[in-house]
Design a protein around this ligand. Structure first.
Ligand code: MG
Length: 214
């Protein structure tokens, strides 16, 4: 059961709206720093479609690495993420302003073993909001957080699978899709019905404030 596996006791919600927010490509840049990381390892990430696999190529001979190599790169990147990742444009100031009126919780689809380095990285950028790191589907986690509260709840993510998971488990949740990297955003599938799209943190804040005011 999700409740038994996830440590969310450190998340204390107040009696006000809740914004659950993905991290990679939403709060922190991922694609751009991961590309820089790959280039330092003689590989590149080409914006040819909305995926990593198939778009990573060797700078030495143009070949595509196999899945094991890509997994090793991802593991190595997350292990040293504090040397590479920076906040997405507008994230720090927008979240700080929103946090006057709403609770903010980070929900990142990252193996929990990388949580300490990510926590330190977020804190360095004054993104001190509580974080849950899990590779489980996000819908049950948001449901566990929000429960049956009669308060607005908002979820922001760049991946349709995560947005749809939350829609399934928390139907009343406002869903916003947002992606920092413009090159890959151009290949993102059109958001499905009921999912709003924000091109920037300014736009996301407007959608959130309009929803909270209702
Ligand atoms: Mg993401």
């Amino acid at each position: 059961m999700v409740t038994d596996l996830l440590d969310i006791d450190h998340v204390r919600l107040r009696d006000r709206p809740l914004v659950v927010c993905d991290i990679d490509e939403v709060v922190l840049e991922f694609i751009s720093p991961f590309t820089t990381f790959l280039r330092a390892n003689n590989y590149d990430l080409l914006p040819r479609s909305f995926r990593l696999h198939g778009n990573i190529v060797s700078l030495l001979d143009g070949t595509e690495p196999d899945d094991t190599v890509i997994s090793d790169f991802q593991e190595s990147f997350f292990t040293t993420q504090d040397q590479w990742q920076i906040p997405a444009s507008g994230a720090v100031e927008t979240l700080a302003a929103l946090s006057d009126d709403v609770d903010i919780v980070f929900l990142t689809a990252m193996p929990p073993r990388h949580q300490p380095v990510r926590r330190a990285l977020l804190d360095r950028f004054e993104l001190g909001f509580p974080m849950i790191a899990t590779v489980q589907p996000k819908g049950p986690v948001v449901a566990q957080l929000h429960g049956a509260r009669a308060l607005p709840v908002i979820f922001i993510d760049d991946i349709a699978r995560n947005l749809h998971s939350v829609r399934e488990y928390v139907p009343e949740c406002l869903l916003i899709t947002m992606m920092a990297n413009a090159d890959f955003r151009a290949f993102a599938p059109a958001p499905s019905e009921g999912v709003l799209s924000a091109a920037s943190w300014n736009e996301a804040a407007e959608l959130i404030r309009a929803h909270v005011r209702r």
